[in-house]
Design a protein around this ligand. Structure first.
Ligand SMILES: Nc1nc2c(ncn2[C@@H]2O[C@H](COP(=O)(O)OP(=O)(O)O)[C@@H](O)[C@H]2O)c(=O)[nH]1
Ligand SMILES: [Mg+2]
Length: 147
């Protein structure tokens, strides 16, 4: 399952809660974190709650699909993980086209991607909806919001 959403929307909180819940049901869960930088705080946070965690650093999932695949395969093959929860960095766009569909199309025998989950903060969503010129296709923020 891949989570997307703006910075601070609640992705990590949701992901850790879902991972703990699935783990308590007997699933072998691993978390994959992602950010533009290195030494990710979220990876340490996930490791304190979940048995296994991996990370994709130095770029978003959409630019580092191969890295995501390598980490996912290592967790499944090396740690007998049956459920992967992956949090994309907030700047990642169009995960449907760059991650979910390629995973289904080319690695569908190994992975069954869940529908893309987008976490939104309701009040922020309302504020953005009224303040952003959504019809302005030249605006970077409108593009990101739309995606
Ligand atoms: N009030 C409230 N705060 C939340 C909720 N979910 C997350 N937070 C807080 O919002 C902040 C950002 O959450 P985080 O999960 O790190 O967001 P991320 O950047 O999308 O991964 C943290 O301080 C969380 O404790 C929620 O449902 N309600
Ligand atoms: Mg996070």
């Amino acid at each position: 399952m891949t989570l997307s959403g703006f910075l601070g929307a609640g992705k990590t909180t949701t992901l850790v809660a879902v991972a703990k819940h699935l783990q308590s049901q007997g699933r072998r869960v691993a978390v994959i974190t992602n950010d533009q930088g290195t030494e990710l705080v979220d990876t340490q946070l996930a490791k304190s709650a979940i048995a296994e965690a991996g990370e994709v650093t130095g770029g978003c999932f959409c630019c580092r699909f191969e890295d995501l695949l390598t980490v996912a395969q290592r967790l499944v093959d090396g740690h007998q993980v049956d459920t992967l929860l992956a949090e994309a960095v907030g700047s990642c766009t169009d995960l449907q086209a760059t991650v979910i569909r390629p995973l289904s199309a080319h690695y569908g025998e190994r992975f069954a991607p869940a529908p893309l989950l987008v976490v939104v903060e309701p009040e922020r969503l309302d504020a953005l909806r009224t303040s952003l010129p959504l019809e302005d296709t030249e605006s970077d923020m409108s593009y990101l919001f739309g995606k």
